[in-house]
Each structure stands twice: as C-alpha cells, then as structure tokens.
Design a protein around this ligand. Structure first.
Ligand code: FES
Length: 191
C-alpha cells in the first residue's frame, strides 16, 4: 500500500531513510528527515539520530481533530512512554497525513522530566507550542521538531516518528532521547 509522508520533500527524504526496524527493542540509526523549517530554509534535510522501535498503529486519520491532542503510549506501554499525537492544522517538520500536519511527541520535559501531559493546560493552539512546563516553564515548538522556544531545557522534545499508511497513522521510532533514558534503545524500566 502507498505510504504518505506529507510534502514531496518529506516523501523524498523519508524514502532514503535507513530505518532498521527492530522486532523487539530499538535500534539506533541515522536517518534524513525533512525539516520544514530551519535557519536556512524550508525543506532542508536534517540528519537525525533516531531509535527505531517496533511499528505500532497509534491513530486513525479520521479520529484526529485539529488542535485536539490524543494520548498514546510509544515506544512501550510504561509511563515514560506516555506521548501524544496531534493534528496541528498547519504543516510541521516530520508531519504526516494529507496536510503534513500530524505530529507526536513525548510528554516528558527534557530538562528534568516535568510532566507535560496535561494538554488542556500546556497545548497552546494559537502558536502550536507545548508548555510552559509546570516546573521551570520551558516551551517547545511542535512545528519545528519540538525545539525549545524558551526556558531551562536545552534539548528538543523527543518526537515520535510517524508514517501514515492509508487511513491509519503508525509510529516507527523516536527522534531524540526520552527523559530518564541513558540510551534511546533502552527497554522500559521494570515497575
Ligand atoms: S522540568 Fe521542564 S523546564 Fe524544568
């Protein structure tokens, strides 16, 4: 089945990815992502380190409403894997779907793990920003790979790498290091 990856640039970049899809844990690998927005222009490729995990359906296109984040668990089912998927209504770096506007991110702040999962308080739909973090007020830009807008954090919010396949959206990896992990390939902590 034909896979969609948003913009033509996005499709071209992701077709050259070198994902090593793991059957259980993760495999760290380097891929090219289309950075829709960058300091040097739209459509520039971004060489990124991604932890590839098992492909998992995380949403159906028809269930996603603009500016309505939905909680998902990825890459595992533990609390550290609590993430969210949202249709921004505007194109975004790494966005999938017909409008390249569907993205997903971790809910753990990269500074010291502040809880960003209370979307009704932290999702700013006017600016497509997540935050401020309740601990030290960092905000993250969801259109630009979760990069820090302001605050104490120095690392972008880890982005769930998505694919749209027909009517469904799948997660395939994590761009960045989820807070609390020493390595992107770490399995979940035992409870
Ligand atoms: S934990 Fe989020 S800014 Fe400090």
């Amino acid at each position: 089945m034909q896979k969609e990856h948003g913009s033509p640039t996005d499709r071209a970049c992701l077709s050259r990815r070198r994902f090593l899809l793991a059957t259980g844990g993760a495999t760290a690998t380097t891929i090219f992502l289309a950075a829709q927005f960058s300091r040097t222009g739209i459509g520039e490729e971004l060489l990124a380190e991604v932890a590839a995990y098992e492909r998992k359906k995380v949403a159906s296109l028809s269930d996603l409403k603009v500016d309505t984040p939905v909680s998902i668990f990825y890459p595992f089912d533990d609390l550290n894997s609590l993430s969210f998927i949202v249709k921004l209504g505007v194109p975004a770096s790494g966005g999938v779907g017909p409008s390249s506007d569907i993205v997903a991110f971790s809910t753990l702040c990269t500074h010291v793990g502040g809880d960003l999962s209370k979307m009704e308080k932290t999702y700013l739909k006017e600016h497509k920003i997540l935050g401020p973090c309740p601990l030290h007020l960092t905000t993250f830009d969801l259109r630009r790979h979760g990069m820090v807008v302001a605050g104490h954090a120095t690392q972008s919010l880890p982005q769930v790498v998505l694919e749209s396949d027909g009517k469904d959206v799948y997660a395939t990896g994590i761009l960045g290091l989820i807070y609390g992990k020493h390595d992107s390939a770490d399995p979940p902590e035992p409870i």
